[in-house]
Design a protein around this ligand. Structure first.
Ligand SMILES: Cc1cc2nc3c(=O)[nH]c(=O)nc-3n(C[C@H](O)[C@H](O)[C@H](O)COP(=O)(O)OP(=O)(O)OC[C@H]3O[C@@H](n4cnc5c(N)ncnc54)[C@H](O)[C@@H]3O)c2cc1C
Length: 524
């Protein structure tokens, strides 16, 4: 049997950047690794396609009305419903069943993980964000820089620089819609008023190409973001992984569900189920990197310890969505460059008891009319008409609050090998919402508390903190280099090892931290 130097479990952002610096080692990546199907009929701009192609129903809505999922079920992200996007969440309930109270769980077993559907918002953590971590911003900076050069990140150093950090080598920002050009202009006019005290608004940092870069083509504003996966302009770890697979150091094996591992004196034995025939297979390596996502990494560690009693912590960013309306634009059209990607970011730092909160601001051209229309209180036809005229005049501020460690937020493994998740304790603050809504009104936009939406915990898809990094780790924690307490060969590189969860999208830091830890493993 081959003895690998390193086995990595998972091919998402964490797994990919765990493999990236290990080119001098013999590496195996084990993954379930579902892939998307061919989408050749969806080439070009959606508006042109609808004029040219007689019937796109199967591609856009789906034979089983997949895109109308949110009309009849609990809402999921608009990006995860369309027929060609179904591979992202495929079979997760069968592969890793979860019983949850207060937490809407979603997992991905796709090659590239949840990042097949991500919004590509990439934000550096600063020392304030990292205050409960055993590492500093200075330790992560070289890895953020390396990722920025590799991936190509659009944005600019503007009012948000104190929070997002100065970044070298940013590509120019993406084009903003007219709605948000006006919104930004209004912010600049009003930013010294009392209502905007402690509020900063600026350009998002996005792993989306505003110009051709590293062999990938720029973003085309083709309105297909919610229907067609693998847009080359929107970074997907799969792109890097495909390049790594061409090099001889990495073997990538899909179709394997890792069920447990056993640590021996000088190596680790990993047991995986081959999904094609349900047979069990053993793989051996000197080091094991767990990068299966914060939930499955925790599950594997509990399973390896045969522990169905312990409760591990769980972090998530609570969310509030505030619709904002510009009455002057009611009945207007979407402009050609309107895209469903984040148009602006907002940081509010006025509440020291909670810490900074962050919002991503979106337009409403992306969702189907049916996605939004059910939220209005009129008849079906009234709601559809209202959506038609109101959508071009509306935007959404999606606010993220920091995650919170609490004994009421935990996961455990039960005797049936299922995860049990309990999530009851989270902080949303009406006072902060009121402050933001007052600022929006001062800027000339309408918002109303009754229209605000409160997605359930789990919907941020920012699962983290299950096996936190500590300077003096204890059981089910890692040291500052991601090494699991009590272990000689097992490391954690995904969001599981986050010691905290600030109100910033976490994946850029997952990638930078994985790169940092794996670089050290590569030097052992
Ligand atoms: C709609 C949406 C929007 C998002 N927007 C953003 C955003 O703008 N910015 C941001 O920072 N984040 C965003 N995210 C979150 C981001 O995608 C995740 O934080 C990120 O993908 C986590 O990376 P990961 O590698 O830790 O885990 P995952 O992406 O979950 O990957 C897990 C990998 O492990 C494999 N795996 C799991 N268990 C096993 C097992 N037992 N055996 C074998 N393989 C296994 C899976 O197949 C998969 O390859 C978004 C997510 C979604 C869905």
């Amino acid at each position: 049997m081959v003895l690998y130097d390193v086995i990595i479990i998972g091919s998402g952002p964490a797994g990919t950047f765990s493999a990236y610096p290990l080119k001098t080692k013999k590496v195996l990546m084990l993954d379930v690794g579902y892939s998307s199907s061919e989408t050749s009929e969806l080439q070009g701009n959606l508006y042109d396609l609808r004029a040219k192609v007689p019937d796109l129903f199967d591609s856009l809505i789906g034979k089983d009305f997949e895109s109308l999922h949110n009309l009849f079920n609990d809402k999921i992200s608009y990006k995860l419903k369309a027929p060609y996007m179904a591979y992202i969440l495929k079979n997760w309930q069968q592969l890793s069943p979860v019983k949850s109270t207060g937490y809407e769980t979603m997992m991905s077993f796709a090659k590239g993980g949840l990042a097949n559907g991500w919004g590509a918002g990439v934000y550096q953590f600063n020392d304030q964000d990292l205050q409960n971590f055993p590492i500093t911003e200075a330790e992560l900076l070289p890895f953020y820089d390396e990722l920025t050069a590799h991936i190509g990140i659009s944005g600019e150093n503007d009012d948000l620089e104190p929070s997002f950090g100065y970044s070298r080598n940013l590509l120019p920002p993406l084009k903003r819609s007219l709605f948000f050009e006006n919104f930004l202009a209004s912010y600049k006019k009003n930013k010294t008023t009392k209502a905007l005290n402690n509020i900063k608004i600026g350009t998002p940092r996005l792993a989306i190409l505003s110009q051709d870069y590293n062999g990938r083509s720029s973003y085309k504003y083709d309105h297909l973001d919610f229907f067609r996966p693998l847009n080359p302009a929107v970074y997907n770890p799969l792109f890097t992984l495909r390049d790594l697979e061409k090099e001889s150091f990495l073997t990538y094996l899909s179709g394997y569900l890792v069920v447990t591992y056993k640590e021996m004196k000088d190596h680790v034995e990993i047991t995986a189920k081959k999904l094609a025939d349900n047979t069990l297979h053993i793989f051996k390596s000197k080091k094991l990197i767990l990068a299966a996502g914060a939930l499955n990494t925790a599950k594997l560690i509990l399973k390896a310890n045969e522990d169905t009693e312990s409760r591990l912590p769980l972090l998530d960013n609570p969310m509030v969505c505030i619709p904002i309306v510009d009455f002057r634009k009611i009945g207007s059209h979407f402009d050609r460059y309107e895209s469903p990607i984040a148009q602006l970011n907002l940081i509010y730092e006025g509440d020291s008891s909670i810490g900074p909160i962050q919002a991503s601001l979106y337009g409403s051209s992306g969702p189907l009319r049916t996605d939004i229309s059910a939220d209005f209180p009129l008849s079906l036809s009234g709601n559809m008409a209202m959506t038609k005229y109101l959508a071009p005049a509306a935007g959404l501020a999606m606010i993220f609050y920091p995650g919170k460690f609490s004994t009421k937020n935990y996961l455990k493994l039960n005797k049936n090998d299922e995860l049990e998740i309990n999530y009851e304790d989270f902080t949303l603050c009406e006072k902060n919402e009121a402050i933001l809504m007052k600022a929006f009104r001062t800027m000339g936009y309408f918002c109303l508390k009754a229209l605000n939406q409160y997605p359930k915990s789990g919907n941020s898809l920012h699962h983290a903190g299950t096996i936190p990094m500590k300077s003096r780790p204890q059981k089910y924690q890692t040291d500052a280099d991601g090494k699991l307490f009590g272990s000689n060969h097992v490391y954690v590189t995904d969001g599981a090892c986050f010691s905290d969860l600030p109100a910033k999208n976490l994946t850029f830091t997952i990638m930078a931290n994985a790169l940092r830890i794996a670089t050290k493993i590569g030097n052992i």
